[in-house]
Each structure stands twice: as C-alpha cells, then as structure tokens.
Design a protein. Structure first.
Length: 279
C-alpha cells in the first residue's frame, strides 16, 4: 500500500480507526473522515504519532453530498488524489420497528444507504477517469440474514450488499475495484450490550483489527466480498439452505434469536444517545 491515498468515513473510532491504522502501517497515506471533526483530528494526530505515517482528520457528513464532496476536496488538497475510498460510516440502533421513530428510520437510511451512494458516486467518477482505484463498502452479516430488533438496519445493509455487487459489475471492467465487507459481531460501541451466546463467541465475535486486516487483504487481492469472520458467513449460508421453520427452531434452541431484542438498554444507552444526537 506504499504511496496510496486512502479516505475512510466514520474513522475516528471503531472499525474505521482500526482500518486507518492498518493502512497507515502498510505504508498508505490516510484521511480520517468523521462527523465529529474534532475527534477525527485527534485520532489522526495520535495515529500519525504511532505509525509515523501521514494521517489527516477531516469532518464529513456523509448524508450531505456537498459535505462529502468537500471531504474529498480537502483530503486531496492535503494528501493527494484518492486511490481508495472506504465507506465505513454507519449506525445500528436496536429495538422493535414499531417502537422506532420515523426520524430514526430516516437517519439509518440517510447514513447507511445515502452515505454509501454519495461516496461511491464521488469515488467512481474520479477512479473511472484514471482507470484505477478501489471502493470498499462496509455492510454487515445482517446483509445476508434477518435479525429481529434490527429491521431497518438489516434493510439498509441488504441494500449495501446488492448495490456494491452491482457496482462492481459496472466498474470492474474499467479497472476500478469494488469490495463489500460483511463484519459479524465486532467488539465496538456499535454492538455494546448485544447478547451473543457464550458458545458462539469464537465462531461469531471478532475485534476491529480483524475487520481491518480483512479490508486491507481484500483490496490487495481485489476481492468482491469478504466476511469477518468467515466462519459466521458459512454458518449463515448453511442455515439459509434449511426450511424457514427448521432454521428458526435451530436459532431458538441455540439462543441466537434474541441477540438484538435482548440487548441491554443501559449498555446501549450512550451509543443510542450519540447516534441520535441527544447527548
């Protein structure tokens, strides 16, 4: 990755920050984009000090086309033309759909869907002109399954998967790589308080650094899809081959059907306040 310029959204913390560090450690120059501009700048400075790489922090609201265009413009002025865009920004509120406010539904669609299309359009236009570049869109294993307590989120991630795989068919013949990444249960604020059965931790749970390593490897290999951990993706695909009633019965027997509906509201409170702007 030596000499490549990587732009990452939602990168001031969590998977985004771990990915920024993985690319910086591999020799890339990184622009950390985040809705929290101050945190983006602090995270960039700390990462630059740890890795001796060139890292900048820039505020970006991925739901706003002008803000996203401004992120590209400022980042490219500071560190050069982008080679890789990672659309990582996303939110995952939990709870039953009937209890979800219309505003929170819209917010998930704005960030998880429009944020991805906004960034992909800006990157694709640039990369097609040069005949090179790579777009990475972060989906979720929720894109290949359905989870009670995550109705809107699942819908947004199904969109990201389908959109990204179709986009790859459009761009790849012209030299532009496109990858979709499906993380499982990752140890970040986003999954705080969720209830993963103890027996399933080794199968389904990973750290942000594991996802980051998967992203770097996917860009190097020009992979179309990566699931982290791969074992969880295989399990979900296997379950999908069963009749619906049998699949649900197995999930219930293994205590895998209340992962989100049984999430601890107190442990998730700080995250929900942050993503809804009610801090």
């Amino acid at each position: 990755m030596q000499g490549r310029v990587v732009l990452i959204t939602g990168a001031a913390r969590g998977i985004g920050l771990a990915t920024a560090e993985a690319f910086a450690a591999s020799g890339a120059t990184v622009a950390i984009g985040d809705i929290d501009g101050d945190l983006a700048s602090r995270s960039a400075a700390a990462l630059a000090a740890r890795t001796d790489a060139t890292v900048v922090g820039v505020r970006v609201d991925v739901t706003d086309r002008e803000s996203f265009a401004g992120f590209f413009a400022e980042a490219e002025t500071l560190v050069g033309a982008a080679d890789i865009l990672i659309n990582n920004a996303g939110i995952m509120p939990t709870g039953y759909f009937v209890d979800e406010s219309p505003g929170l539904t819209d917010r998930q669609i704005d960030i998880n869907v429009r944020g991805v299309t906004n960034g992909s359009r800006l990157a694709a236009t640039r990369f097609l002109e040069r005949g090179t570049g790579h777009i990475v869109n972060i989906a979720s294993v929720a894109a290949i399954t359905a989870e009670a307590g995550l109705a809107t989120y699942c819908g947004t991630k199904h969109f990201v998967l389908g959109f990204t795989e179709a986009l790859r068919r459009e761009l790849h013949p012209h030299g532009v790589g496109v990858t979709v990444v499906l993380p499982g249960f990752i140890n970040t604020e986003l999954s705080a308080g969720t209830v993963v059965p103890r027996w399933a931790h080794a199968l389904a749970c990973r750290e942000p650094e594991d996802v980051a390593a998967g992203i770097v490897a996917a860009v190097r290999a020009d992979s179309s899809r990566v699931t982290v951990p791969a074992s969880l993706g295989l399990l979900i695909k296997s379950m999908a081959l069963l009749p619906e009633r049998a699949s649900h019965a197995i999930q219930h027997a293994l205590n895998f059907d209340t992962t989100m509906t049984g999430a601890d509201p107190e442990q998730r409170a700080a995250y929900h306040r942050r993503i809804t702007g009610t801090q």
